[in-house]
Design a protein around this ligand. Structure first.
Ligand code: IPE
Ligand code: IPE
Ligand code: MG
Length: 235
């Protein structure tokens, strides 16, 4: 790995938990649980190699359509993981953010998410952004509505909205765009993830299932990223 060409921001579609469990003859929940271990290991490795932002897709706006037992399990897992990990996030200087339509969660879970964000907001080694009840389309719609509301208060002739202004109203307003987008478990699609922000991200899809994606797989993805030539439409 070239230490001078580490992606500043890595985004991951953590997919394949259910398939991992099925292969082992376990309930899908076991795959989600093991996925938390992968996230912990990948976060640690990212911090060590100098990645500054790690953004992970944990629950999409479409995932509510799964059986209630699975949705309930995931909500309980989020809650339990926050309880267990905040201390460690403080020790390893990780700032955590939960981005998405948080209002649809139970007041109790929402409160835990807000408290974890508040508690870790001074940590600067790496930022972990957990996308929950997140949809790329929902995010753009929320940004558009926020801009419309702000404009209603403004006097005079309305101005056109710029790309910069729209970016500043996304949930990711304080973050640079991802340099590298990783999707585990083979699917060649973006599934409503960061539609705006991945405009020029390098895409890396691996057959490795998320619970098996560990430090070695992360390094392999970064090495592949370092072979890419990023042109941004230029020559
Ligand atoms: C990703 O794993 C985790 C979430 C979407 C919450 P999946 O649960 O989608 O696993 P597969 O795709 O069924 O294997
Ligand atoms: C994307 O995975 C959502 C998350 C990883 C949280 P899905 O498993 O929900 O996506 P599809 O159904 O394969 O497109
Ligand atoms: Mg999936």
């Amino acid at each position: 790995m070239d230490p001078k060409n580490i992606p500043q921001h890595i985004a991951i579609i953590m997919d394949g938990n259910g398939r991992w469990a099925k292969q082992k003859g376990l309930p899908r929940a076991a795959g989600h649980k093991e996925g938390v271990s992968s996230l912990k290991e990948v976060l640690k490795a990212c911090a060590e190699v100098g990645v500054k932002f790690l953004t992970v897709y944990a629950f999409s706006t479409e995932n509510w359509g799964r059986p209630k037992t699975e949705v309930d399990f995931l909500m309980a897992l989020f809650s339990q993981t926050i309880d267990r990990q905040v201390k460690e996030l403080m020790e390893s200087k990780v700032r955590i953010r939960f981005l998405g339509r948080l209002d649809d969660f139970s007041p109790k879970l929402k409160k835990k998410m807000r408290e974890a964000m508040e508690k870790t907001k001074g940590n600067a080694r790496i930022s972990l952004n957990v996308m929950v009840n997140y949809g790329g389309r929902a995010e753009i719609v929320d940004a558009a509505n926020e801009i419309v509301r702000e404009k209603q208060g403004e006097a005079g002739r309305s101005r056109d909205v710029t790309e910069e202004e729209l970016s500043k109203h996304l949930y990711t307003k304080d973050l640079p765009d991802p340099d590298l987008l990783i999707r585990t478990a083979s699917e060649m699609r973006v599934s409503n993830f960061m539609l705006w922000q991945i405009a020029y991200a390098e895409i890396y899809v691996t057959p490795v299932l998320w619970p098996d994606f560990r430090r070695g797989q992360l390094i392999a993805a970064i090495e592949e990223y370092q072979k890419r030539e990023r042109r941004f439409g230029k020559l």
